[in-house]
Design a protein around this ligand. Structure first.
Ligand SMILES: [Zn+2]
Length: 263
């Protein structure tokens, strides 16, 4: 018997089907799930997604897949480490796969038309997420997008994913975004100002990987876009405009971070 076995029974009665993935390993010692990471599959069909997420040569996996009809498929037992986050970071943590549970939501993604997430699918996302955060005591601030933990590399689940609605179902941290001012171009790229410093501090305190010092450079624009994809989805251009800064300023900060301050 190997150290890690394929899944044989679901972790929650919400699961409609098991589709075991061999792309698994133990979580690193000392790790239990403290984050929930939401993705879209970026593949045309759920069948393709299940194939990719279970093929040894693809070397990716996740704990759950939710199809367009709200069917919940479990691929990896929650106590094991799935391979969904890749190179990533949040609040000082770099082994996001050991620290998290990953849900892949079937959606072809930005490269393939990026349809809306159907309501029936969103209800399944909410039900499963609620179940997971309750059982593991995952704080609302640690329900995150793949784009939050891998800025620049990942943009899923993207601006059409309704975090506001999910928060109303009791999942995740949310603040109403400040209205968008179409005439506000935001700060000039490369500029240095008190607003830039304040935004860097707030983004770092929230968990994003950003240095506290620096100008409004390309790296910062990437992080701002990740923030917008989650919290200010009306425009996700990476510009530091008034609406973005105001939304960020009103966001409730996590109580404890492993290493939120990257001095
Ligand atoms: Zn992803």
């Amino acid at each position: 018997m190997s150290v890690v076995d394929l899944i044989t029974r679901p972790d929650t009665p919400l699961v409609g089907e098991l589709f075991p993935s061999p792309n698994i390993e133990p979580r690193k010692p000392g790790y239990a799930p403290s984050m929930l990471i939401l993705h879209y599959t970026g593949l045309p069909t759920v069948e393709r997604a299940l194939d990719v997420l279970s093929r040894p040569d693809c070397k990716v996996s996740c704990h759950y897949v939710i199809d367009e009809n709200g069917r919940i498929i479990q691929m990896v037992a929650e106590d094991l480490r799935a391979w969904h986050a890749g190179v990533s970071y949040w609040g000082g943590e770099t082994d996001i796969n050991s620290a998290s549970i990953g849900i892949e939501i079937q959606n072809p993604g930005h490269m393939l038309g990026y349809p809306e997430f159907p309501a029936i699918q969103m209800r399944a996302v909410a039900a499963l997420s609620h179940d997971i955060v309750l059982r593991h005591g995952i704080a609302p601030h640690y329900v995150l997008a793949h784009s939050d933990v891998a800025p620049g590399r990942k943009i899923d689940p993207g601006e059409k994913f309704d975090w506001a609605w999910l928060a109303r179902q009791g999942v995740g941290n949310w603040v109403a975004p400040a209205p968008l001012d179409e005439g506000d171009p935001g700060l000039q790229p490369g500029c240095r100002s008190a607003d830039v410093e304040r935004a860097r501090r707030l983004l770092a305190d929230y968990g994003y990987k950003i240095d506290l010092k620096g100008s409004f450079d390309a790296d910062m624009q990437t992080i701002v876009r990740s923030f917008q994809l989650h919290f200010r989805p009306a425009r996700t251009d990476g510009r530091l405009d008034r609406s973005t800064l105001d939304t960020l300023s009103r966001l409730d900060m996590p109580r404890s971070l492993k290493d939120g301050r990257i001095a």
